[in-house]
Design a protein around this ligand. Structure first.
Ligand code: ASP
Length: 444
């Protein structure tokens, strides 16, 4: 059995966290591939190394001295080295980075050094083999990953009987130049490695014990989600719940490898299992109807009403093309007879709303055109809702009971989620209402 384990920035934020990582890795022989982020925040006032490195790059670009920021980074690493009694020659490493960026700034190279140095220290601390991401994670020129090359080169770097530590977040382009992924990309590195080694599980260690049913800033101590399908997760993260990088799902999903979200500070917690199909476990322990409740505020609804438009072939396409022309991504398109609403994030139309409205008026000469702001969208997600008659009725009546006015409703035919639009000011109350009725009552 092979497990790939990825530790996020908070798991390697200081020497004490490194010790926890060592215990976790040592407690399971099958934890063979270890991916790490750069040191994260130790406390609220602290800064992530990656943020500081981006800040250095911005200083260099504008010709301002980056010394004081770089020194903060040096201090952090030197402190960890000292506390753990490591030998890594960080002085030479830092001098090299300074020399390279003073000569010619490559931002990707600079910010990748956070993961690089963290992984170097972790490899020494775990007595594992360090393998640089630029030697095993390969991009193609179109930005996609070269899976065959990744698999082949990883095989060459494996040493029998030894664990391997790889820095997350970056890889190399075909010409060898370092390229970073989007923020949080170490999750993707872990997923790529899990794919090529056919891991039995991809453990993603962070500072929470898995996914919560609802946002803890709204619900006090929400219950944990023990199991979730990839599709449910996609719905949840699309609507705002974020623990894992969106793109981390694809490499493991294609091979049916489960992701286990775990808490470095509470390794005894089982965390959340993300799987393609939970039906085997669900048969033993049936899931609640609702897996998670999530949502976001600040949407805008643009509604066009025109008699007989429902019968006009191409009406919707023409309408959506106008949004496409302004690169506005659409969240939802509720339609009733002769009335078409388009829901978008308010910030996506900040600069172009009036131009879009002008085009809509010109193109359609509508009977009515309305713009409503301050809409919040709430998604209630659950594989257990499928084919349960009356689920949406129960939701809607719960809103009614709490005097929350529903402005939009949509549900797709896979019955995986129901989305409801309410006023921004009702957002928290609506989440409480659903949580109390469908989670608290089910857990009684
Ligand atoms: N260190 C990078 C970031 O802060 C990548 C990662 O942590 O996954 O985004």
């Amino acid at each position: 059995m092979i497990k790939v384990v990825k530790f996020g920035g908070s798991s390697v934020a200081n020497a004490a966290q490194f010790r926890k990582v060592r215990n976790i890795v040592a407690s399971d022989e099958s934890r063979k591939f270890i991916i790490t982020s750069a040191c994260g925040k130790e406390s609220h006032e602290d800064h992530k190394v990656t943020d500081l490195l981006y800040l250095c790059a911005a200083h260099i670009k504008y010709g301002v001295s980056y010394d004081s920021i770089f020194e903060m980074i040096e201090k952090k690493y030197l402190g960890i080295r000292e506390e753990l009694g490591l030998k890594l020659d960080l002085e030479t490493e830092f001098a090299k980075i300074r020399e390279v960026i003073n000569r010619d700034l490559n931002t990707d190279y600079l910010v990748s050094r956070g993961e690089y140095l963290t992984a170097r220290m972790l490899a020494e601390y775990l007595n594992a083999v360090f393998v640089d991401a630029s030697d095993v994670i390969f991009f193609k020129y179109d930005g996609s990953f070269d899976m065959e090359r990744i698999a082949a080169s990883l095989r060459q770097h494996m040493v029998p009987g030894r664990k391997i530590v790889i820095p997350g977040f970056y890889g190399a382009l075909p010409n060898g130049v370092i390229k970073v992924m989007s923020r949080g990309g170490s999750d993707i590195t872990g997923s790529l490695i899990a794919n090529v080694v056919d891991a039995s599980v991809y453990e993603n260690w962070t500072d929470v014990s898995g996914f919560l049913v609802a946002d803890p800033r709204i619900i006090d101590n929400p219950v944990q989600i023990p199991r979730i399908t990839y599709n449910e997760l996609r719905e949840m993260s699309y609507m705002g719940a974020n623990v894992l990088h969106d793109d981390a799902v694809f490499p493991v999903r294609s091979k049916n490898i489960p992701i286990n979200i775990r808490n470095t500070n509470r390794p005894e917690d089982p965390g959340t299992m993300i799987m393609n199909d939970c039906s085997k476990q669900d048969a033993i322990e049936p899931p609640h109807a609702v897996t998670g409740i999530t949502g976001r505020k600040d949407f805008t609804v643009i509604t066009v009403a025109k008699s007989h438009s429902s019968a006009e072939v191409g009406f919707l396409r023409k309408m959506l093309t106008i949004f496409e022309d302004y690169h506005v991504s659409i969240e939802s398109v509720p339609i009733t007879v002769d009335t078409f609403s388009v829901i978008v994030q308010t910030k996506a139309v900040e600069q172009c709303l009036y131009e879009i409205v002008g085009r809509l008026k010109k193109e359609f000469e509508p009977d009515d055109l309305r713009i409503e702001d301050h809409l919040a969208m709430i998604a209630v997600v659950g594989r257990g809702m499928k084919q349960v008659p009356g689920m949406s009725g129960q939701f809607l009546s719960e809103f009614g009971r709490h005097h929350i006015n529903i402005k939009v409703i949509s549900q797709t035919s896979d019955e995986l989620s129901i989305e409801v639009g309410v006023e921004n000011r009702d957002f928290e109350a609506a989440i409480h209402a659903i949580y109390d009725r469908f989670i608290m009552e089910a857990n009684k």
